[in-house]
Design a protein around this ligand. Structure first.
Ligand code: CU
Length: 148
């Protein structure tokens, strides 16, 4: 009889704990500037902090999905973390200094205004991995144009 009571108490506790947790866990989605796999890694790594349970950046849509616990971190702090590693969010911009520190291949602000040509891309001395991502991006967009 005692063990049944213990199980009941344990279940009640788990239910309570889960409910309390659910109330404090928030899912948010917002736009973050980024162009390649390196950006994705940097963005997600920046959010590898206490309170953030999940972060996934979509390179195609530039949308970041983040799940966090309001008890440990605020939405504002998340935007600040992204700005600190050089990424603009729809809410706040990275400082010019932070932006200058990101890899040449990741200069997403320029990508918004102009397509970078091959000469310009090599000038930026990308790492092999990054170069691959950049040329892949370019190839994809060319393919899309071909289809249309
Ligand atoms: Cu990048």
């Amino acid at each position: 009889m005692k063990s049944i009571l213990n199980i009941f108490l344990a279940l009640a506790f788990i239910t309570l704990a889960t409910t309390a947790e659910a109330q404090k866990t928030v899912t948010e989605q917002f736009e973050v500037g980024g162009v390649c796999e390196m950006c994705k890694t940097r963005i997600e790594k920046a959010l590898d902090v206490k309170g953030v349970r999940y972060a996934n950046y979509d390179l195609e849509t530039h949308q970041l999905e983040v799940v966090y616990k309001t008890r440990h971190i605020s939405s504002e702090e998340i935007h600040k973390l992204l700005n600190a590693v050089g990424h603009d969010t729809e809410q706040s911009r990275a400082s010019d200094e932070a932006y200058a520190n990101i890899h040449g291949c990741c200069k997403y602000r320029e990508h918004e205004h102009e397509e970078h040509d091959d000469a310009k891309a090599s000038e930026k001395s990308c790492s092999p991995g990054c170069e691959k991502s950049c040329s892949k991006d370019k190839k994809d967009s060319e393919d899309d144009e071909g289809k249309k």
